[in-house]
Design a binder for this molecule. Structure first.
Ligand code: NOJ
Length: 534
């Protein structure tokens, strides 16, 4: 039996608005993605993850769903989705779609019905509560996008809960009818052929049954990801209720039922909190019957110059349940681009790390080119989070994919304003320029993915950290039986000599080495090598 693809497959995240604009309105769409699937297949990844393309008023750019089983006209229609999935499968690409269970749009019929009267049959599908004793919100919960998590509804005289924007009311998953309706949504997309789900804020769907106040934060290190107001609390009651694991176990058995029927391998990937490794590991389920892959965000917001990347990897390796596959993510549509977070000089080494660690890596579209955050002029800001909490905005990492060095980077027709500005042209950060350069970041990414396929130890092999390394260097072995590959990465700005057993370099970050290694390997600043040991 072959191993399930998701255990070490490379997932490629496509921010649907920003990949390709086929209809020329400045916003990416499904046909635009289909048109660029040859690039994705050429890169060699195993699967694509599409951010939401469902019907939505777009208050949070698709994470406010008003119809879960239809495509927003901005992105196409169900026919366009079917074309995309067929084209992807023809290229051996699995298709993972976003599943947004925690909230809907405030224009979703479920919510408009719930809101219509205190006696609505769907009133309890959302969280409606009377005002607190002081006439204010029922508890101290904070919206992740700033301000209280409760919105007053004048008509029915109660507050409703919204963990994100007021346009994103939270669903009450303790109501079995909600669970059934949302499970039906999953069935709809599974029946249409998807290969899995990326579950949005999977940790938040079960709240404290009494909706108690959150305690103050006594030292939980949120790493500045969410804004000072939100990070001032310990999100014990709104985000970390253990009942959540029951939901994902049931969801997993729904998905497994499809696998059993046709022998295919589908995946459930969770956007889950990763600050506390014990809590994070719990998402795999006690018998690995929960999420296949809780996303591994452990290196997001990491200080790449601190010399502690190796420590983080070690801690995650130690926390990983036996038999579980790990996941690594260095960037996504909510975070700084990795080339900005780690520094452009470390972008290649970061890609080498991502693609040689144990488990399943996620490559964010454009990171294969070394895209950095793009400066967004104030009048072009689109992200509501930036408007509410300046500095938290995500537009800079969501800019259109540059396919060429020409007008609008070939993302949309010349003369059309793309929904967000592209990065500066002429710097070689576009697909066409990098295709012509055999030493480009694109060539490196493709080569690393190819090496993952050629060297089984890079997929299934164990991880063993190497010790006694020069400052700034991380080095580890991937091994399985007699086969061993070493990875050595210099994340520091000084050249370093790294002790390694004998072997030969099979890929270097500059794509310029194949030298033998005898006892040590010399690394320039920010250089990395993969060495096949003899
Ligand atoms: C996480 C998503 O990745 C983010 O983009 C979104 O704003 C929130 N969840 C709310 O759905």
């Amino acid at each position: 039996m072959t191993e399930a693809w998701w255990k070490h497959g490379v997932l490629y995240e496509i921010y649907t608005r920003s990949f390709g604009d086929a209809n020329g309105d400045g916003v990416g769409d499904l046909d635009g993605i289909t048109a660029h699937l040859d690039h994705v297949a050429w890169l060699g990844v195993d699967a694509i993850w599409l951010t939401p393309f469902y019907r939505s008023p777009m208050a949070d750019f698709g994470y406010d769903v008003s119809d879960h089983t239809d495509v927003d006209p901005l992105f196409g229609d169900l026919g366009a989705f079917d074309r995309l999935i067929t084209a992807a499968h023809e290229r051996d690409l699995q298709v993972v779609v976003d599943y947004v269970p925690n909230h809907t749009s405030d224009r979703h019929p479920w919510f408009t019905d719930s809101r219509s009267s205190r006696n609505s049959a769907r009133r309890d599908w959302f969280f409606w509560r009377d005002a607190g004793r002081d006439g204010g919100p029922p508890n101290n919960w904070i919206s992740l996008f700033g301000g209280p998590a409760w919105e007053w509804d004048q008509e029915t005289g109660q507050y409703y809960l919204h963990t994100f924007l007021r346009e994103q009311p939270d669903l009450n998953w303790r109501n079995p009818a909600v669970r059934d309706a949302m499970f039906d949504v999953a069935r709809f997309w599974l029946d249409r052929g998807v290969d899995g789900f990326r579950v949005d804020v999977a940790g938040a769907v079960m709240k404290d049954p009494e909706l108690r106040d959150n305690p103050l934060n006594h030292g939980r290190p949120w790493r500045g990801m969410f804004g000072a107001e939100w990070e001032a609390q310990d999100h014990l009651h709104d985000f970390a209720h253990p009942d959540v694991h029951r939901v994902w176990r049931d969801f997993r058995s729904l998905v497994d039922g499809y696998d059993r029927r046709d022998g295919r391998d589908r995946v459930v990937i969770g956007e889950v909190p990763s600050h506390d490794l014990v809590q994070w590991a719990a998402y795999y389920g006690e018998r690995l019957d929960g999420m296949h892959l809780p996303f591994g965000f452990h290196l997001l917001r990491h200080d790449w110059g601190s010399g502690t990347v190796g420590d983080v990897v070690e801690r995650v390796e130690a926390a990983l349940p036996a038999g579980a596959a790990s996941s690594w993510v260095l960037g996504n549509h909510d975070q700084h681009r990795v080339a900005t977070a780690a520094g452009p000089e470390r972008a290649r080494a970061a890609m080498m790390l991502l693609l040689t660690l144990r488990g399943a890596p996620t490559v964010y579209y454009g990171d294969e080119l070394g895209m950095t955050n793009v400066d967004i002029p104030p009048d072009r800001i689109r992200d509501p989070w930036e408007r509410n909490v300046p500095g938290q905005g995500r537009d800079a990492a969501r800019t259109p994919m540059p396919w060429t060095d020409g007008p609008n980077g070939g993302f949309c027709p010349p003369g059309v304003a793309p929904w967000l500005p592209l990065g500066r042209p002429g710097l070689g950060i576009d697909v066409a320029s990098q295709m012509k350069d055999s030493h480009s970041m694109l060539a490196l990414t493709r080569r690393l993915i190819e090496v993952r396929r050629q060297e089984p130890v890079l997929r299934g092999g164990a991880y063993r950290a190497l010790d006694d390394l020069p400052p700034g260097v991380i080095a580890f072995l991937r091994e399985d039986g007699g086969r061993r590959v070493a990875v050595a990465l210099n994340l520091g700005h000084e050249a370093a000599d790294v002790p390694l057993p004998g072997g030969r370099v099979i890929v270097s970050t500059g794509l310029d080495r194949d030298d033998p290694v005898k006892g040590s390997v010399a690394l320039a600043p920010y250089e990395g090598v993969v060495v096949r040991l003899v």
